[in-house]
Design a protein around this ligand. Structure first.
Ligand SMILES: N[C@@H](CCC(=O)N[C@@H](CS)C(=O)NCC(=O)O)C(=O)O
Length: 349
């Protein structure tokens, strides 16, 4: 009872402040309370939850080194905060474990091909940063199977990982189309794909990028095709636990800095030399003019540090998913807005 009165009181104050347009006051409140940002700063290292099983996104090599676009997001934050992209410890999390790991504080950031959804952003308690990869769900089948569409999967076994939007979307789509099927559900991604590879499922479904990625790990990748049909939208974004506004801001603006850097033509090779640029947009992003970093509790050249160590969004994409990689994923929706894509950073001002 007392608790609900307090909560009501707090929301009333917020509502009055918001209606009165006193946004500075509300911003200050969220930024001065105990925040994950303080824990990370005093630890001197970020703990980053990844999958570790999806090449191009997050993967542990035979040398124990992590790579992938999700890995690079955490490395960029470490570079911006500590000027050291290696100040990150990675933890492997499967689909089911990932949210608990964030809620309990086991990880500071969840950067793990995770779709931004309403329930995850509310009841599950996640605070999403910008989308780093726009994806959609697809289906993979054997080339010689004669399965060309979802309809052809009537009464067939479909392998799928639990704890994912993938499992939910498949059920929705099949229900919508009145198609009966046999979901074969696993917690472990390796078992999911191994079961498909053994021929015990006629199809396997996942985010399209994950299918392209995991196909490279199958015994005969070329014997498998990904159907053209895309059955959902999967905006993949990193996240922090709710109630850590300052830490969320850091993650958010580091991701935007990588996107903005590509838009402005700043990359790891020219970032040092562009410190003397006369372009006001470049100067503000690199912190040679203004004090944008201060608002985050960082140095004003936080973006320059991230770009120097990890590269801009385009460099990160190319290194992990581009034409020189086994995935060779076209940029598509993950292109800059100036080139017809969906990547768009708000102003650095
Ligand atoms: N984007 C979807 C699916 C994410 C997902 O977990 N996909 C599986 C299928 S490849 C995966 O990445 N598994 C890796 C693991 O469990 O480590 C979601 O957020 O629910």
């Amino acid at each position: 009872m007392r608790k609900s009165t307090l909560i009501l009181g707090a929301s009333l104050i917020f509502a009055i402040a918001a209606c009165g347009g006193n946004t500075a006051q509300t911003t200050n409140t969220s930024n001065t309370s105990a925040d994950r940002w303080d824990t990370v700063k005093s630890r001197g290292q970020i703990i980053c939850g990844v999958s570790g099983e999806v090449p191009g996104f997050s993967f542990v090599g035979t040398d124990g080194k992590y790579s992938g676009i999700d890995v690079d997001v955490c490395r960029a934050v470490a570079a911006a905060v500590f000027d050291n992209p290696d100040a990150v410890e990675f933890r492997n999390l499967n689909a089911k474990e990932r949210f608990t790991a964030l809620q309990t504080g086991e990880v500071d950031i969840l950067s793990r091909n995770t779709t931004w959804t309403l329930s995850r952003a509310t009841s599950v308690g996640l605070e999403f940063a910008p989308v780093v990869f726009y994806d959609g769900q697809a289906i993979m089948v054997r080339k010689n199977s004669n399965i060309k569409s979802l309809t052809d999967l009537k009464d067939k076994a479909i392998c799928v990982q639990t704890g994912t939007t993938t499992e939910q979307n498949l059920a929705d789509q099949m229900r919508k189309r009145g198609i009966t099927y046999k979901p074969v559900v696993f917690e472990d991604v390796n078992v999911t794909f191994a079961t498909y590879a053994e021929g015990r499922c006629e199809a396997v479904t996942a985010d399209r990028s994950a299918l392209v990625s995991r196909r490279t790990t199958l015994p005969k990748p070329e014997d498998n095709v990904i159907l053209d049909e895309v059955i959902s939208s999967e905006p993949l974004a990193p996240a922090v636990a709710k109630g850590n506004g300052k830490w969320r801001d850091t993650l958010t603006w580091v991701v935007y800095s990588l996107i903005k850097a590509e838009e402005l033509g700043i990359n790891s090779q020219n970032v040092a030399q562009l410190a003397t640029s006369n372009d006001p947009d470049v100067k503000r992003l690199l912190g040679t003019e203004g004090n944008l970093g201060e608002g985050l509790g960082l140095t004003n050249d936080f973006a320059a540090k991230a770009i120097k160590h990890v590269g801009n969004y385009g460099e990160i994409y190319d290194r992990n998913l581009g034409p020189k990689t086994a995935l060779n994923l076209p940029r598509g929706q993950n292109q800059q807005w100036t080139k017809g894509g969906l990547l768009y950073s708000p102003p650095f001002r």
